[in-house]
Ligand binder design. Sequence first.
Ligand SMILES: Cc1cc2nc3c(=O)[nH]c(=O)nc-3n(C[C@H](O)[C@H](O)[C@H](O)COP(=O)(O)OP(=O)(O)OC[C@H]3O[C@@H](n4cnc5c(N)ncnc54)[C@H](O)[C@@H]3O)c2cc1C
Length: 250
Amino acid sequence: MARTAVSGRLTWRAATLAEARWESPTARTLVLDVPDWPGHLPGQHIDVRLTAEDGYRAQRSYSIASAWQPGGKVELTIQRLDDGEVSPYLTDVIEVGEQLELRGPVGGWFVWRPQQTAPVLLVAGGSGLVPLMAMVRARAVAGTRQPFRLIYSVRTPEDLLYGDELRRRVREDQGLDVHHVYTRKTPDGWPSPAKRIDVAALNTYGWPPDFGPDCYVCGPTTFVETAADILVALGHDPRRIRTERFGGTS
Ligand SMILES: Cc1cc2nc3c(=O)[nH]c(=O)nc-3n(C[C@H](O)[C@H](O)[C@H](O)COP(=O)(O)OP(=O)(O)OC[C@H]3O[C@@H](n4cnc5c(N)ncnc54)[C@H](O)[C@@H]3O)c2cc1C
């Protein structure tokens, strides 16, 4: 039984692009129809494989943005890297009705389960918000009021992902707080200058270590290392800090 489940996750499946929407000028959400999708946990990712006409293949990992619901689709949000090989194809080229191959879901550590009872601190850098958004959405689907705090570091207000949805969720999803850190340009009237994630932000807008929160940190490699180091320095239990590195630098 377990072996069947594992081999299912390792099998490449054809997925059809059912819908696509821009989240920012450079990030696009792909809504995929995946027949016989086994379901997933928030925080898991999939591998995407593209094959060119001459047989050349490229493969990349992408976090799942959607919370799983029976019969639901699998959503990814791709941040375009202008000099990238795969991401510009997924943001600018693939059209609704076309197919790509994927396998998964992958990952069992960087996941949040509604049964977890601790408060949750989510720390996102750029597109590192994607798997954390799946957790926020799964929390709403589960109907729990588990206290969640999200600290989201983003370059400019134009780069914000899921801006409208996050604003709505802060109003409607009781126990969810969101704080933004802008690294290059702030919105008009923002109380602090643009800056990188730092001790003050994590200390002020995170949970005190005494609360024993489960911490999830995701984004470019240097962002994740900086944020995780600060959390440890603030006194958080390293065993409760889960990290996911997307590669590149922040
Ligand atoms: C577990 C996991 C989950 C991921 N989930 C997502 C996701 O949800 N959304 C998403 O957009 N990306 C995600 N990524 C990153 C993704 O896999 C690719 O690395 C990214 O799309 C770049 O691929 P590319 O082919 O366009 O660029 P490449 O051709 O591979 O690289 C082009 C240039 O960009 C640099 N680079 C590569 N990756 C990054 C990065 N993440 N940040 C900054 N610079 C980078 C490279 O060093 C290189 O200089 C995830 C990565 C991992 C490991």
